[in-house]
Design a protein around this ligand. Structure first.
Ligand code: XIL
Length: 582
């Protein structure tokens, strides 16, 4: 047996490295994180476990008001910056916590007897300075933390009414969000709270505030559910109803501080039975989050029982996290792994769009489409190639996209993003059931409308607007420097042209005559002027469903940047596509 053959045999015998929480979270395009204390980074087990198991970190303490703003005019970021450094070295995201809270405020602030106007200036300076310092390095912030009481009223705090910043009701919360958005316009901004995971007076008050903010365009992007649980977490259905109503506002839901405190003995140990109950809760929460594509992050508050805030805050309780005090995985760890591995993918009802113009109102036979939002797939982008018969695969990278059960040829895929060509078998139907499948696990089905043609013109910026993907007859890109000449032909690239003659084969890369041409009538206008269409159909090197249209730039077309519209069977391509004419 040759050495290389032996190596292959050994490799085949070696069990696949167990997938970590991070590996599976990456396949879910889910940010899976833990609250950390940077003073523990020098402990190798602490740092190694973090880098292996998580793709996100948050500061348990060092990004709060007290540690970052130790004096009226002094800020300190050394500890907090070390979290950013640690994370960037391990390609981890950093989630910020928290600008506004009633705890962890410095004595100079709480004993300063400031007026509301002074407090307003202090808070604005704080948010702008801290948010500005981390801009581009912290992707999301808990802007305001724990501002509501359990009965849904606003908590009495220095920021609200003690004496507050001069605003009434939730206006101080709104103001904090506006300052945070000014400090870092790209950061996602969250309101964060505890005991508001299910349906109750507190979560109702938070939801009503969020709905008001969304309605009035206040820069809010999500709600953080702390998820500090005991063994009795109440109704999972209610938690899912709460996540559903949050995400139906278009907001993201983050599980921000998950831990499940349980009864422990004097040495901090919990019984196997209690740990099994705890594991089921961890599994339930991850499973529930994965039902909602807009539930985009899960964090545990710490990750090892060696360092948890629970024993000091809840005497008699502990063992709340997924790793024990020796960094060994507990049943809760495996329960989360199982949920990440076994939960079916979910796709959003509006996730399937034309790959050229991103319109999702319908699909047509052969149309190249893109599915956004499937929350299970390859962790990084994989691009399909044609087989020996020049066909793209319909089962690629463990992924399939099914239209009424027919697998579509796939162009590329990764978790959250898959492009494929609609099977021609949808022709004649008025709707199609679309399902996504990864590793044999099928998603929910979404219903899409089917029309004969649904043209979209590809654009140079891949955003469906602006300069069209157009070549001149020398195959040079048409742009301002190389405008299309009147009286000359241009080649326009599109999709959504519908059925062809001869009929097209799903996923076939066109190579030899006869290359299928569109059946439906095709017209082109540039600057509102009809331009003769010489050819409309497949093209050598394009997958079936890709359309090339050769049109003659009419002499009446005005010079300069002109709108271009392709019409197929009476259906027009998207507005906003242009072409330079000279
Ligand atoms: C706690 C930390 O875990 C402690 O180390 C710190 O001393 C106080 O804050 N809800 C929150 C967190 O939003 O910021 C709190 O974290 C736990 C409750």
């Amino acid at each position: 047996m040759s050495r290389s053959h032996l190596a292959l045999v050994l490799l085949a015998c070696t069990p696949l490295a167990a997938q970590s929480l991070r590996d599976l979270a990456d396949q879910r395009s889910l940010r899976f994180g833990a609250a950390v204390n940077p003073s523990r980074f020098s402990e190798s087990d602490y740092a190694t476990t973090l880098g292996r198991e998580f793709n996100q970190v948050t500061a348990e303490y060092v990004m709060k008001f007290e540690p970052t703003h130790p004096g009226p005019t002094t800020y300190s970021f050394t500890q907090a910056d070390s979290i950013v450094t640690f994370a960037r070295a391990r390609n981890m995201a950093v989630r910020g916590h928290a600008f506004v809270w009633h705890i962890s405020n410095p004595r100079w602030l709480t004993t300063g007897n400031y007026t509301p106007e002074q407090l307003s200036d202090i808070l604005q300076d704080h948010i702008k300075t801290v948010g500005g310092h981390f801009a581009g390095r912290v992707y999301a912030w808990d802007v305001v933390n724990e501002a509501f009481n359990d009965n849904g009223s606003l908590r009495s705090t220095i920021w609200y009414d003690g004496p507050g910043i001069g605003l009434k009701g939730t206006e101080y919360i709104e103001q904090a969000f506006r300052w945070a958005h000014e400090a870092d316009p790209k950061a996602l901004l969250f309101y964060n709270d505890y005991s508001a995971e299910g349906l109750n007076a507190k979560s109702n008050a938070i939801y009503e505030m969020a709905r008001d903010f969304v309605t009035r365009g206040v820069p809010i992007h999500g709600i953080g559910l702390q998820a500090h649980f005991t063994a009795n977490i109440g109704s999972i259905a209610n938690i899912e109803s709460n996540i559903r109503r949050i995400t139906e506002l278009g907001l993201q839901a983050h599980i921000t501080e998950l831990d499940v405190r349980v009864a422990v003995d004097s040495s901090g140990r919990a019984t196997d039975a209690v740990l099994a109950t705890q594991a089921q809760i961890y599994n339930n929460i991850v499973t529930s989050c994965l039902k909602f594509p807009l539930c985009t992050s899960i964090q545990t508050w710490g990750f090892t029982d060696k360092y948890s805030w629970i024993p000091g805050s809840f005497p008699g309780l502990g063992a709340a996290l997924e790793f024990d005090a020796n960094y060994a995985p507990k049943p809760a760890y495996n329960a989360m792994l199982n949920a990440l591995r076994d939960s079916p993918p979910v796709i959003p009802a509006n996730g399937l769009v034309n790959a050229a113009n991103y319109t999702g109102d319908a699909v047509s036979p052969g149309e190249i489409v893109t599915l956004f939002g499937a929350n299970y797939g390859q962790p990084t982008l994989v691009i399909a190639g044609a087989d020996a018969n020049l066909r793209l695969p319909t089962n690629f990278a463990e992924t399939r996209l099914l239209f009424d059960g027919v697998a579509a040829p796939i162009l590329y895929t990764q978790a959250g993003l898959t492009s494929a060509a609609v099977p021609y078998s949808v022709s004649g139907a008025t709707t199609a059931q679309v399902q996504y499948e990864f590793r044999g696990k099928r998603s929910n089905a979404i219903t899409v409308k089917v029309v004969p043609a649904h043209p979209g013109v590809f654009t140079l910026d891949s955003r469906g607007q602006g300069a069209g993907a157009i070549l001149d007859l020398s195959h040079r890109v048409v742009n301002e420097q190389n405008a299309a000449a009147k009286g000359a032909y241009i080649q326009i690239f599109a999709t959504g042209g519908g059925m062809t003659r001869p009929s097209s084969a799903d996923g076939l890369i066109a190579s030899a005559a006869p290359i299928p041409e569109l059946i439906a009538p095709v017209s082109v206008t540039i600057g509102g002027i009809d331009c003769a269409v010489q050819y409309a159909g497949g093209a050598s090197g394009l997958v079936a469903g890709g359309v090339q249209i050769n049109a003659l730039v009419d002499s009446r077309v005005p010079s300069g940047l002109q709108p271009l519209v392709v019409t197929v069977g009476g259906a027009a391509s998207q507005p906003g596509v242009t072409v330079w004419v000279k």
